[in-house]
Design a protein around this ligand. Structure first.
Ligand SMILES: [Zn+2]
Length: 94
């Protein structure tokens, strides 16, 4: 389920209610504020790489993750089965 709509260019420094990782939010917002496009909107004004820079992209992902509701808790066995699924071999086509 997506979280509430967010204007990434006007994020509050303090996390909204419900954000569990409040320090992570503040750090991500600092990165977003620091990494803005340059005048031509082709490069990051902070680090100079093509826009959007990887720092900005990752910080936006952190904010998006912070706004998602937490996953329901998994049992230890379920967590291990979920881990093993990444190694599953897809079945042969018929
Ligand atoms: Zn940057």
């Amino acid at each position: 389920m997506p979280g509430p709509p967010v204007d990434v260019d006007h994020l509050p420094d303090d996390p909204p209610p419900g954000v569990r990782h409040r320090t992570l939010w503040r750090l991500a917002v600092c990165v977003i504020h620091d990494h803005q496009p340059d005048a031509g909107a082709r490069r990051c004004g902070r680090c100079g790489v093509d826009w959007p820079c990887p720092h900005r992209v990752r910080a936006e992902r952190v904010v998006a993750a912070a706004l998602r509701p937490p996953r329901p808790p998994r049992s230890r066995n379920q967590a291990y089965l979920d881990y093993l699924r990444q190694f599953a071999v897809p079945p042969d086509p018929p």
